[in-house]
Design a binder for this molecule. Structure first.
Ligand code: NAD
Length: 478
């Protein structure tokens, strides 16, 4: 298929070329260049800020129902265009086409849910305590101009969470998607434009991430910063946001533990675990990584897990039969190898995978490591790829202590049919999202976010929308 080269959206214009050059986009399934993404310079960044600033007042004053109608048209267009957008997503990101199609339709659902909730952002009356005060009303108002930064692993879903909430709340936005996956974001922006979104309300820049984020966060026009990506970059942007007094939402990495209790069905849990682990080649922040299985069921779980991982059909995402596609780039293949080599040096047994797959593109085999030492990198750092770590436990206290031992706290999972164990897992796993007996924690209607080092604030769900609002108290004396 033809790859639609990304362009930047500034005000009412698509900008395809700048004096600052462009970056190559490589097809992860072949390693070949398929397109270019333009690089913004200071003049494009300034123009986007002007456009967003100029459009904000009209958008925030628009009746909520009118904003809703425009956004609802945009999500309808997104659904209609989902097959074509999914094909673009797979081409630039690599994930299997069925996953891409599901991601785009979920993105439309996310946008819908947030727009519906925005209609219900009702003011709250608080009874006055002094006779002279007639009313005290707590309102939700749009926070202002938003700078949003999204990574490459979910090129439709993550922009949908940020744009869906910010636009529904009445904010104007400048989004910078990852340069490798900007065409998917561009297609989403086009849906909003075709739906009648006023020019300037939504702008999109691409280029050198640190330059753009620094310029936007330092700009007095920007009120709120929203970032999804690594903890290291999230902290840098958080420091910058704090220095300039900006509101900040960050969805950062995780290192999700999975506790499989003695009463769970090891075969069934292993099947679900393989599907969850190798989805998007493991490049999912809520991906299960550390599997802690009760000793009495460990061998059964391990054998079923390894058989499932080895049976995954590997290929380009565009092939409908593919279950495991490439990782995003050569640097991630190298990183996977570094994690595996380090784990083997720390006593792990390699149960399958552990090497690059010999074919063009950036393919790394579904890898299962058994019992690396706690000091191994893979036990402490997010591999963000197709690597699973299996280990045993004897009692639940020990499993919980090991599950909670890392500074991460995004997602955690537990499998048991014992009511008491289920409640213990739900109460004691330190994570922003806990899945008991399933992995499907990320839904358009529910908040997505972490505790500990995994993030600040939430996206999706009502909480995601509220993050793009400020609270205003209006107290009236008569
Ligand atoms: P990275 O940290 O270099 O980049 C992650 C994303 O942040 C990219 O989209 C990048 O363009 C952007 N970015 C980097 N520096 C930035 C800056 N100064 N300002 C604004 N945006 C900036 O890492 P990577 O090699 O792409 O991915 C590696 C790690 O990132 C993974 O191991 C994983 O931990 C993390 N990651 C997390 C998520 C998530 O969903 N939480 C998504 C992608 C990557």
């Amino acid at each position: 298929m033809n790859y639609p080269c990304a362009a930047m959206r500034i005000g009412a214009q698509w900008v395809e070329h700048t004096a600052h050059g462009s970056r190559a986009v490589l097809d992860p399934a072949s390693g070949e260049e398929i397109g270019r993404t333009p690089i913004a310079g200071p003049e494009q960044i300034a123009a986007a800020l002007d456009a967003a600033g100029g459009a904000f007042d009209g958008w925030r004053r628009m009746l909520a129902i009118e904003r809703f109608r425009i956004i609802a048209r945009a999500s309808t267009l997104l659904r209609e265009r989902a097959p074509a957008i999914a094909a673009t997503l797979t081409l630039e990101q690599g994930k299997p086409i069925a996953e891409a199609l599901r991601e785009v339709t979920i993105a439309a659902d996310i946008i819908d849910f947030l727009a519906e909730e925005a209609k219900r952002l009702a003011a709250r009356g608080v009874p006055p305590r002094s006779p002279g005060i007639a009313s005290q009303t707590v309102q939700r108002i749009p926070v202002g101009l938003v700078a949003a930064f999204t990574p490459w692993n979910f090129p439709a879903n993550l922009p949908a969470r940020k744009l869906g909430a910010a636009l529904a709340a009445g904010c104007s936005v400048i989004i910078k998607p990852d340069e490798q996956t900007a065409s998917t974001c561009m297609a989403i922006v086009q849906c909003y434009i075709d739906a009648g979104l006023p020019a300037g309300v939504l702008n999109m820049l691409t280029g050198r991430p640190a330059e753009i984020s620094q310029a936007l966060i330092e700009s007095p026009a920007i009120a709120k910063v929203s970032f999804t990506g690594s903890i290291a970059v999230g902290r840098q942007l958080g420091e910058l946001a704090a220095r300039h007094g900006k509101r900040y939402t960050a969805e950062l990495g995780g290192h999700a533990p999975v506790i499989v209790c003695a009463d769970a069905d090891p075969q069934a849990v292993a099947r679900m675990s393989v599907a969850a682990k190798y989805r998007n080649a493991g490049q999912v922040c809520a991906s299960p990584i550390r599997f802690l299985v009760h000793r009495s069921r460990y061998a059964e779980f391990r054998d079923a897990f390894v058989a499932g991982a080895q049976a995954l059909r590997v290929g380009p995402g565009s092939d409908a039969a593919t279950q495991l596609g490439p990782v995003i780039g050569e640097h991630r293949v190298q990183e996977m190898q570094a994690f595996v080599d380090d784990a083997l040096a720390h006593g792990a047994r390699l149960l399958c995978g552990g090497q690059r797959i010999d074919r063009p593109g950036f393919f790394y085999a579904a890898t299962v490591l058994e019992q690396p030492a706690a000091e191994a990198r893979v036990q402490r750092e997010e591999p963000f790829g197709p690597i699973a770590v299996l280990d045993v436990f004897d009692d639940l206290d020990d499993a919980l202590a090991r599950a909670n031992a890392l500074p991460y706290g995004l997602a955690a999972y537990g499998f048991t049919h014992d009511l008491k164990s289920a409640h213990r897992l739900a109460d004691e796993l330190q994570a922003g999202m806990v899945g008991i007996n399933h992995f499907g924690i990320s839904q358009p209607e529910t908040p997505f976010g972490g505790v500990k080092a995994s993030g600040i604030g939430h996206e999706s769900g009502l909480e995601g929308l509220l993050g793009y609002t400020d609270v205003r108290l209006v107290s009236v004396a008569v």
